[in-house]
Design a protein around this ligand. Structure first.
Ligand SMILES: Cc1cc2nc3c(=O)[nH]c(=O)nc-3n(C[C@H](O)[C@H](O)[C@H](O)COP(=O)(O)O)c2cc1C
Length: 205
């Protein structure tokens, strides 16, 4: 099968080495975030946000609390992908533009709000799991947007969660899900690594 999305899935590799001399513009940073928001999220709640460590100073602040990983400062930007504990009371607000655009009837939005309440109200584990899921979809979408823009991306969970929350002023209902370094790849990155055989990860029932 030949399709640009499938080609991108085949070609993409995690970028560990970035060219520190090649920066990204604020427009490129905003473009990356814009593509990321096109990812799906539960009830379209979009309960994530991005903090773009873009200036050299901001990237250095982040690197110090991210296992001193060089890619945090070498990449043109390193995003803190922030998850927000899922708040079902935001459902109607988030759906309003979709209702106003005539895509979703008002009564369906009300049904979704009731569904979100039954799923998340006083269920902190579900609130957190859902934030991680939605933020991760957004990050994955950003990775492929970066690929299409001729850039490379390196996701990271090697950071001090409490320190990142304090340093970048996260709210009490927010937490860093991952870091995502994006920039121009330098020579020397490995190709995509070998994967487990599909038969080992797939049960068709
Ligand atoms: C959630 C997550 C966390 C990761 N954390 C780090 C990290 O902190 N530091 C690092 O160098 N690589 C990190 N990686 C990169 C992985 O090692 C890499 O994606 C994996 O080896 C597959 O590489 P490939 O996509 O090039 O085949 C992380 C990847 C993911 C998905």
């Amino acid at each position: 099968m030949n399709h640009p999305i499938l080609t991108a899935i085949d070609e993409r590799r995690t970028i560990n080495l970035f060219d520190p001399a090649r920066t990204l513009s604020e427009e490129q940073v905003a473009e990356l975030a814009g593509f990321a928001t096109r990812a799906p999220s539960s009830f379209n709640l979009q309960n994530y946000r991005f903090i773009a460590a873009h200036t050299p100073e901001a990237r250095l602040r982040l690197r110090r609390i991210a296992w001193n990983q060089a890619k945090v400062t070498d990449a043109g930007v390193t995003f803190v992908v922030v998850g927000r504990m899922t708040d079902h009371e935001e459902t109607l607000t988030r759906l309003r533009p979709t209702v106003d655009a005539g895509i979703m009837p008002e009564r369906v939005a009300a049904d979704w709000a009731a569904g979100a309440k039954s799923l998340y109200h006083e269920q902190p584990w579900r609130q957190r799991d859902e934030a991680v899921r939605s933020a991760t979809f957004a990050a994955a979408t950003m990775i492929f947007a970066a690929h299409a823009m001729g850039l490379g991306a390196g996701p990271m969970s090697g950071f001090d969660q409490d320190a990142v929350s304090a340093e970048f002023g996260l709210a009490p209902d927010e937490f860093p899900v991952m870091l995502l370094a994006i920039g121009h790849p330098a020579p020397g990155n490995w190709p995509q690594k070998a994967r487990r055989p599909v038969a080992d990860v797939l049960d068709v029932v």
